[in-house]
Design a binder for this molecule. Structure first.
Ligand code: AMP
Length: 628
C-alpha cells in the first residue's frame, strides 16, 4: 500500500499543489486565483475565482473528439426500450431542455425541482439546469407527497419537472397524483410543471400550470443555449438527505470542486478512461445517481448506462446482459442488489461474457463479507467496497486501483481516499483512537473538493450538525462507528445516530416516528432499524396507544397497523414501510426519558440488550420481546 499511502499523504500535506494539478482535468473558462480559501472554518472554498460549468465539461468539451460516440445509454426493462444517445445527441436534448427552462423564466441561481424516474429526461434536465446556472433539486421517485412537499418548500423551485408515472416490476407507479397532492400541501408551489408524458397512466393536466414536455421539446429542438459560466463556489445542486431530526437536510454542492473531484475519482478509484463505458445501477434520486450516473462518467468523457428496472427482471442475469451488450468496464451498485441475486440460479452469473468488466464497486451500506466474497468468486472479478455519504459526494474510503492495485480484504472498504484526512475518534475524550480501537469516523477539515459546501439556506445547521460532536476539536463527524486495523485497513461498524439504511436508502427513524404519531390513536412510538439478510436493515415500529382498550375489538391491531402503514407510505414512501408494527403499553426508556433504542434493536435481533441499569420500567422490554 506504499503508493496509495504516499499519494494520500501528499494530498493532505500539500493540498495546494495536489489539487492545483488535479484541477487541470477540467476546462476553466477563467482560471482560479486561489486553490483553497479556508479563512472561515469549517467552510472551504475551492478554486476561488475560477469560472467553469458542469454541463460544458460533461458535454461540450467532448464534442470535438467524441460527438458520435455513446454518451448516455438508456436501458429500460420496465417499458422494454433502449436508447443510445451519442454526445452530440445528448447535447441537442440538453440544449432543448435548457431552452425550455429559459422559456419558463428560469435563470442563474433559480432552482429546478426534478421528480422523475430513471428516464433520460432526468439527465437532460439536470444537465440543462447546470448549463444555465440553475440549481437542481432531484427528489427520489420512491418518496411520497409529504416528502416532496417538504423539498418543494425547502428549495422553492421556479419550475418542477415530473411525469405521469414510473414503473416497477412492470407495474405503473403514479407520480402525477403525488405531485398534485404535494403542490397543494406546499407553501411555495411554483407556477409551472413540465410533464414528461410516458403514457403509463391517464392524468388530468392542470390548466395553465402543467405543460407538455414533448410539445415544448419540438418547439425548442435545435436552439443552442449559451453556457453560463459559474464561479467555482456557486451552488450546482441541492440534494436532501435524512438525519436525526424529522427535517431533512439539503446538502449543497459547489461547481468547480465537484467537477474536479469527480474527474479524479473516475480515474483513480474507478479506473475509467475517456471512451470507457461505466454502469452505476443507482437511482438519480440518490447521491450515487448524481455523482456516478450523471456527472462523474460524463465529465470524464465516459459513457454512462442509465438503467430503469429491477436486477431480477426479466431474469437475474439482466445486469450481466447489459454489461456484455454495452462492453461495460466498471459496475457500481448497492450490496442489496447482489444479496438479491444470491437467491437465484448461480448459472445466471456465467451466462454472459463478462471479459470487458474490470471490477465491481459496492457502496451505500455495509457490505458483509459473505456477499462480497460470493460475487467476487462467482464472477472472478475484484469487488471494491467503498464507503461514503451524500455529504461527501464521492468515496471517503476505497481502494484506488488507478493509483495502485492493493490487496482487497472482504469486510473492509480499504483505506482513505486522497483528500480525506480521516480519523477514528474516541467519542468521550475526542482524541484519536489507536489501531483496532473502535471510535467515530471523523474528517479533519477542510473537507476536500466535491464535499458539501453547506446545508442549503442554513449555514448554522451545517456547523452545528457536523462539526460540534467532539470536545475541543472541530472535526466533521460521519456519525459512523469504525476502526482501523494494524495494517491500515478500515472497517465501518454501523451508525452512531438514529439513521437507518434500508437497501441502501438512508432513512431517519425520527421521520418515520412522526408519521406513526400522526395516527390519532397513537400516543408515542419508537422506530428502529433491525438487521435483515437481504435489505441490510428494515424498520420496525413499536407504538403506544392513547387508549389501550382500542385493541380489544376483534381485528383492531391489524386494522390499526394497516392504517399506520398507509400513513407512512403516503408521507415517507414505500421504502420506509416497517416490516412490523406492534403495540405495547410503554416504551423502554431511561429515567431521564430517552428511548433505549439500542436495547430494542438488540431484542429484535435476538441479542442480549446489554446494560439496563438506567431503565425506568424493565417490563417494557418484556412487552417488546413478546411481540417478536
Ligand atoms: P447515504 O448518504 O445515503 O449515501 O448514506 C451514507 C451512509 O451509508 C454512511 O454514513 C454509512 O452509514 C453507510 N455506508 C455507505 N457506504 C458504506 C460502506 N461501504 N460500508 C458501510 N457503510 C456504508
Amino acid at each position: 500500500m506504499h503508493k496509495t499511502r504516499e499519494f494520500h499523504r501528499q494530498s493532505i500535506d500539500d493540498p495546494d499543489t495536489f489539487w492545483r494539478r488535479e484541477a487541470q482535468r477540467i476546462h476553466w473558462e477563467t482560471p482560479f486565483e486561489q486553490v483553497l480559501d479556508y479563512s472561515n472554518p469549517p467552510f472551504a472554498r475551492w478554486f476561488v475565482g475560477g469560472r467553469t460549468n458542469l454541463c460544458y465539461n460533461a458535454i461540450d468539451r467532448w464534442l470535438d473528439t467524441q460527438a458520435d460516440q455513446p454518451a448516455l445509454i438508456w436501458v429500460s426493462t420496465e417499458v422494454e426500450q433502449e436508447i443510445v444517445y451519442t454526445r452530440a445527441e445528448l447535447s441537442r436534448e440538453v440544449n432543448a431542455a435548457a431552452a425550455i427552462l429559459k422559456s419558463l423564466g428560469v435563470s442563474r441561481g433559480d432552482r429546478v425541482l426534478i421528480y422523475l424516474p430513471m428516464i433520460p429526461q432526468a439527465a437532460f434536465f439536470m444537465l440543462a439546469s447546470a448549463r444555465i446556472g440553475a440549481i437542481h433539486s432531484v427528489v427520489f421517485g420512491g418518496f411520497a407527497a409529504h416528502n416532496l412537499a417538504q423539498r418543494i418548500d425547502g428549495a422553492q423551485p421556479k419550475v418542477v419537472i415530473s411525469t405521469d408515472a414510473g414503473s416497477r416490476g412492470g407495474k405503473a407507479i403514479a407520480y402525477k397524483p403525488l405531485l398534485d397532492q404535494a403542490m397543494k400541501q406546499s407553501k411555495c408551489a411554483p407556477e409551472h410543471v413540465v410533464i414528461v408524458d410516458r403514457g403509463l397512466i391517464p392524468y388530468q393536466a392542470v390548466a395553465g400550470r402543467d405543460l407538455d414536455y414533448a410539445q415544448l421539446r419540438t418547439r425548442y429542438l435545435d436552439v443552442a443555449v449559451p453556457v453560463e459560466w459559474m464561479e467555482s463556489n456557486d451552488p450546482s445542486y441541492v440534494l436532501y438527505t435524512s438525519g436525526t431530526t424529522g427535517n431533512p437536510k439539503g446538502v449543497q454542492r459547489d461547481t468547480g470542486g465537484y467537477a474536479v473531484a469527480l474527474c479524479t475519482s473516475m480515474d483513480y478509484i474507478f479506473g475509467g478512461k475517456p471512451g470507457d463505458v461505466y454502469f452505476s445501477a443507482s437511482d438519480i434520486g440518490w447521491v450515487v445517481g448524481h455523482s456516478y450516473v450523471i456527472y462523474g462518467p460524463l465529465l470524464n468523457g465516459q459513457a454512462s448506462v442509465m438503467y430503469e428496472g429491477l436486477p431480477t427482471r426479466p431474469d437475474a442475469a439482466i445486469l450481466w446482459k447489459i454489461i456484455e451488450q454495452y462492453r461495460v468496464k466498471a459496475l457500481f451498485c448497492a450490496p442489496t442488489a447482489i444479496r438479491v441475486l444470491k437467491k437465484h440460479d448461480p448459472a445466471l452469473l456465467t451466462r454472459h461474457d463478462l471479459s470487458c468488466l474490470d471490477r465491481i464497486y459496492l457502496a451505500g451500506e455495509p457490505l458483509d463479507e459473505l456477499t462480497g466474497r460470493w460475487i467476487s468468486e462467482a464472477l472472478g472479478k475484484p469487488v471494491i467496497d467503498n464507503y461514503w455519504q451524500t455529504e461527501t459526494g464521492w468515496p471517503i474510503l476505497s481502494a484506488q486501483p488507478g493509483v495502485e492495485e492493493i490487496e482487497l480484504r472482504f469486510g473492509s472498504p480499504s483505506t482513505p481516499a486522497y483528500g480525506f484526512d480521516v480519523r477514528v475518534i474516541d467519542e468521550v475524550t475526542g482524541l484519536d483512537s489507536g489501531p483496532n480501537q473502535k471510535g467515530v469516523v471523523a474528517i479533519q477539515p477542510p473537507l476536500p473538493p466535491g464535499a458539501l459546501s453547506t446545508i442549503w439556506d442554513d449555514d448554522a445547521r451545517f456547523v452545528h450538525t457536523y462539526f460540534e460532536s467532539f470536545p475541543g476539536r472541530m472535526l466533521y463527524s460521519t456519525f459512523d462507528w469504525g476502526l482501523v486495523d494494524e495494517d491500515g485497513y478500515w472497517y465501518i461498524l454501523g451508525r452512531t445516530d438514529d439513521v437507518i439504511n434500508v437497501a441502501g436508502h438512508r432513512l431517519g427513524t425520527r421521520e418515520i416516528e412522526e408519521s406513526v404519531n400522526i395516527h390519532p390513536a397513537v400516543a408515542e412510538s419508537a422506530v428502529v432499524g433491525v438487521s435483515d439478510s437481504t435489505k441490510g436493515q428494515v424498520a420496525m415500529a413499536f407504538a403506544v396507544l392513547r387508549h389501550p382498550d382500542d385493541l380489544l375489538e376483534a381485528g383492531a391491531s391489524e386494522r390499526l397497523a394497516n392504517e399506520i402503514k398507509t400513513i407512512i407510505e403516503q408521507r415517507n414512501g414505500a421504502v420506509a414501510r416497517p416490516a412490523q408494527i406492534s403495540f405495547v403499553n410503554s416504551l423502554p426508556k431511561t429515567r431521564s426519558g430517552k428511548v433505549l433504542r439500542r436495547a430494542i434493536v438488540a431484542l429484535c435481533e435476538g441479542r442480549d440488550p446489554g446494560d439496563l441499569t438506567t431503565i425506568e420500567d424493565p417490563s417494557a422490554l418484556d412487552q417488546i420481546r413478546a411481540t417478536l
